[in-house]
Each structure stands twice: as C-alpha cells, then as structure tokens.
Design a protein around this ligand. Sequence first.
Ligand SMILES: C[S@@+](CC[C@H](N)C(=O)[O-])C[C@H]1O[C@@H](n2cnc3c(N)ncnc32)[C@H](O)[C@@H]1O
Length: 216
Amino acid sequence: MSEIVKDYIEDYIRGLIPANRPQIEAFRKRAMDDNIPIIHQEVQKHIELLIAAKKTRTVLEVGTAVGFSASIFAEAMGPQGQVDTIERNFKMVVQAEENIASLGLSHQINLMVGDAQEKLAVLDKSYDLIFLDGAKGHYIHLLGDCLRCLKPGGLLISDNVLFKGMIASNELVIRRKITIVKRMRMYLETIANHPQLVTSILPLGDGLAISLKKDD
Ligand SMILES: C[S@@+](CC[C@H](N)C(=O)[O-])C[C@H]1O[C@@H](n2cnc3c(N)ncnc32)[C@H](O)[C@@H]1O
C-alpha cells in the first residue's frame, strides 16, 4: 500500500479498475512477485486516460525497470505510438528487452541504456509526454532537459513525488532519506511555481505530479 491514501479507499478504487489483458496482467504479477517497483494500478489508469485525452504519440520515460510502464504506454497509444525509455541497470535492461519482445512491442519501444542525466543532456527530440520514474533525488537535475524536450502542450508526469508521505511530513522522514526528501521538495516547489508549467500534485499512488507545458 502507498501510505498516501487510506488502504480501504485504494482497495476500493483498485477493485473498479478492469484487469489488464491476460499477458499484461501476468507481466504485472511477475514484476510484483519479484519486488520490482512498477507503477501503481491507479497511476497506470490515470496515465492511460491522459494518453487518450491528449492523443499522445510520443513518450519519453526515465526509469524502465523491467519494461512494464513502457509497455503500458505503448499499448495505450496504439501502433502509431513510440516510447523512448532510459535505464541504467543492465540486469533490468536485459529483462525489459525480453518482456517487451514477448509482448510484440519491440518496434514501438526504444530502450536507451545509460544514465538519464547523460542521455537527456544530448537528446535532440521532443515528446508529447515525459514520465519521470527514476531516482527520486534526481528529478530536479533532469528538469531543464525535460522542459527542453517537452513539446508545448505536452505533459511532464513525475511519479512517487510524495515518497511514502515523507515529502509532506517531517515526522515520517527516515534519516537516510533526508537528501532525497530535500531535493524532492525543491523539485515540487520548482514545478509548482515554474512560469512555463501548470502543475497539479495528486495524492495518487505514491504521489503523482502532472505538469502541462504552456504553449510558447
Ligand atoms: C521505479 S523503477 C521504474 C519502474 C517502471 N517505470 C515501471 O513502472 O514499470 C526505477 C528504475 O529507474 C532506474 N533509474 C534510476 N535512476 C536512473 C538514472 N539516473 N538513469 C537511468 N535509470 C535510472 C532504476 O535502475 C530502476 O530500474
């Protein structure tokens, strides 16, 4: 459970979400059993809604892990959709490639192997949607390049921004997480007040920030 939303509310909402198609559902359960931190079901559904509403065709993701969310985004966009996704952990990359291939999505998903900060710095493309789901203490360092690579009218979606409640309450902060908490607070203050963005922070999953890049 996320510790952001009361368990009974989260259970109720999850009970209303239709199951993924069997192959995706098996993938989700396998990832959960292996303790891979994949997107929460209600976050998945919310992003699927935004992809449909915005007719999203291009996604950049930071943090592929085993390729679950990248596959969800590719399927939600349909065959015209393209996902570029960055992962630095080679073990994860190998698993993600296998999972993506077994779903028949390799032609839609481009796995970029390496550190997100380095990859983003030289990325010369623009996207309809950018999903930040890598190391939580580094969102603030990626923001400049994310804004450069996001189309006007595009969405920057940042996951885990309430980080088990620690971002909102000092009482919940674990000592060894202090740096992450400080950086995430700085990140949220920055995107909430950024002149190019309209940002909404939702207590969904582990906290989700949705920022729209204003038209030029
Ligand atoms: C929460 S998991 C991603 C889960 C995935 N988005 C999903 O929902 O299926 C975070 C992943 O980001 C990767 N990661 C963290 N920091 C990174 C960085 N600076 N560059 C590239 N990958 C990074 C980690 O190795 C980990 O696999």
